[in-house]
Ligand binder design. Structure first.
Ligand code: PEP
Ligand code: MG
Length: 587
């Protein structure tokens, strides 16, 4: 009788809703995790070939390192790598791996690790400096061969040929963006938090996802069957039939509610007593415009333009960018397209220098990088201006920390306009300019900044991070990441009031806008526009349409007097339970 596998339940942070069951693919990381899987008899020869290719590639890389060292140093350092090449030519090592693959029927990565690991263990116990050096060589070669076998994560993902749930230590936003929706039906990671750009990307792709599971990569193996519930953050390894049934029913019930919500598509986002707000969408690229229209968003409140750069790892040319913005603007017109100028840095590094920074979230990120590279910034400004000739396009500067930055960015915008004028290129001279309020200093000086812009959009994902000093991608401090913290609410209110006093409209495009229990609170605080992932539009519309403005205002009043984040959440939950209990099923 086949052995029954034990069911194991893990809990993490659900960051992209939906339930999915599937076979696991563990993505090998550059660091410690070595993937392991069974190799059927029919694939043993192919495994030998993979091993041989990895040895050839490793030899090529080491020879190249040697050559570079010879050219740049005295040549002595290059000799150190002779020991690495000797390991690659060692017959015993090569034969042990071939034998391991044949007899254990395991993949080459794990066999290489075990074969060299045995030597490492033996040599590590010997008290001899020379042999200790050899341990370091063995470790280095082992890592290099394994990495050449696995490929980098993007190429590993590229090799997937059937549907899987991907499990990884972490996924960079660029790796998440490379996921193919038809092959990756969900993902789960050790690290990560709800507002990491990886999580945002999962939501954009509508792939159920859980992050912050700590050691899921060590608990599951490629080929295991798992269930993930992206709403509740529950991951079940080898789910029993009763679990599958329970989750199947839950998923069906959620689908029914979601279907009902789509009937709201043509309805306005207004409260029961007729207070209208604008409900728009956050997108990472032009391919999401279909979803924006399908879910009935009123334009794009946040176009994360940096993804355009990230997919190419460089600054994209003016005409290429203009083409993208023009196409999106035309499709949305007359609804607005708000292009946020590139927000590179933090967890979205593309230029090597940011990854070298000790504190990338506090470093040369976003508008700081743009102002440090004015020519590249102007390439983007001219591209956005070009698109403004055909649609309702607005410009938004991210991560503003003082009014000087706004003035400098506006000066560059004027230069960009003058350059286009000189070339007789059409654009909207009255293009609206706004800023993201996502640093406390911007909220606290909103009244000064308001004189230079037409709108504010509160970026609460970062505002929470910078107000509470909590790294938004660090799961170890995720418990402190509280968007309803009284300090955050006070900064939001300050921004709204200062903006309104100067006749600005105020949006909010952080993730809390897509939480249906928090949306009424934001409206009560005076937010005019909520911008959310496209798939969250129906949910938020229902939340807006279920309350009166006076209920929302009362909620805001009480919340602004609260002393704890949990107290605010309690008030929000109570109101939703009273006016739209069905929404609680969906979160
Ligand atoms: C934010 O910070 O709230 C925001 C919307 O921008 P991003 O998540 O891209 O940093
Ligand atoms: Mg931000």
């Amino acid at each position: 009788m086949a052995e029954k596998k034990k069911e194991v339940v893990l809990r993490g942070i659900g960051v992209s809703p939906g339930v999915v069951v599937g076979s696991v693919y563990v993505l090998a990381s550059k660091s410690t995790i070595v993937p392991e899987w069974d190799v059927p008899v029919s694939r043993v020869d192919a495994e030998f070939a993979r091993f041989e290719d990895a040895i050839i590639e490793t030899r090529r890389q080491i020879s190249k390192i040697q050559k570079n060292l010879m050219e740049s140093t005295t040549g002595r350092d290059a000799e150190l790598f002779d020991a690495h090449l000797m390991i690659l030519d060692d017959r015993t090592f090569l034969e042990d791996v071939i034998e391991g693959i044949t007899e254990r029927r395991k993949n080459a990565e794990i066999v290489v690790k075990d074969v060299l690991g045995k030597h490492i263990d033996t040599l590590s116990t010997v008290d001899d400096d020379y042999l200790r050096e050899r341990v370091a060589d063995l470790r280095d070669v082992s890592r290099r061969i394994i990495s050449n076998l696995s490929g980098d994560s993007v190429s590993q993902l590229g090799k997937l040929n059937k549907r899987h749930i991907v499990v990884a230590a972490d996924l960079a936003p660029s790796e998440t963006a490379a996921l193919r929706k038809d092959l990756v039906v969900g993902f789960a990671t050790d690290q990560g938090s709800p507002t990491s750009h990886t999580a945002l990307m999962a939501r954009a792709l509508e792939i159920p996802a859980i992050v912050g599971l700590h050691d899921v990569t060590r608990t599951v193996r490629s080929g295991d069957e798992i269930l993930i519930d992206g709403n509740k953050g529950v991951l079940i390894i080898n789910p029993k039939p009763n679990q599958l049934k329970k989750y199947g029913e839950l998923a069906k019930a959620r689908k029914t509610i979601e279907r009902e919500l789509t009937t709201l598509k043509e309805e306005p986002a207004e409260t029961l007593d007729g207070h209208r707000i604008v409900l728009s969408a956050n997108v990472e690229g032009s391919e999401e415009v279909d979803a924006v229209l399908q879910y009935g968003a009123e334009g794009v409140g946040l176009f994360r333009s940096e993804y355009l750069y990230m997919s190419q790892e460089k600054v994209v040319g003016e005409m290429e960018q203009a083409e993208v913005y023009t196409e999106v603007a035309e499709r949305l017109s007359p609804a607005p397209l708000i292009v946020r100028t590139f927000d590179i840095g933090g967890d979205k590094s593309i230029f090597g220098e940011q990854s070298m920074e000790a504190n990338p979230f506090l470093g040369c990120r976003s508008i700081r990088l743009a102002l440090a590279r004015p020519d590249e910034f102007k390439v983007q400004l001219r591209a956005i201006l070009r698109a403004s000739a055909v649609g309702n396009v607005k410009i938004m500067y991210p991560m503003i920390c003082n009014v000087e930055e706004v003035i400098s960015a506006n000066d560059l915008l004027e230069e960009a306009k003058a350059e286009l004028k000189a070339s007789k290129v059409a654009f909207d001279d009255d293009i609206e300019v706004g800023i993201m309020v996502e640093i406390p200093s911007a909220a606290l000086t909103a009244d000064v900044i308001a004189e230079h812009v037409s709108f504010f959009s509160l970026g609460t994902n970062d505002l929470v991070q910078y107000t509470l000093a909590v790294d938004r991608v660090n799961e170890k401090v995720a418990y402190l990441y509280e968007p309803t913290h009284p300090a955050v609410l006070k900064l939001i209110k300050l921004t709204v009031d200062a903006g309104h006093k100067h006749g600005l409209w105020i949006g909010l495009c952080g993730e809390i806008a897509s939480d249906p229990i928090i949306a009424p609170l934001l409206i009560g605080m005076g937010i005019d526009e909520l911008s959310v992932p496209p798939s969250a539009v129906p949910l938020i519309k229902d939340a807006v349409r279920s309350v009166t403005l006076s209920q929302a205002k009362k909620l805001a009043e009480k919340s602004l007097k609260a002393s704890e984040a949990a107290e605010v959440l309690g008030y929000c939950r109570r109101l939703t339970k009273e006016v739209a209990p069905e929404l609680l099923e969906l979160i």
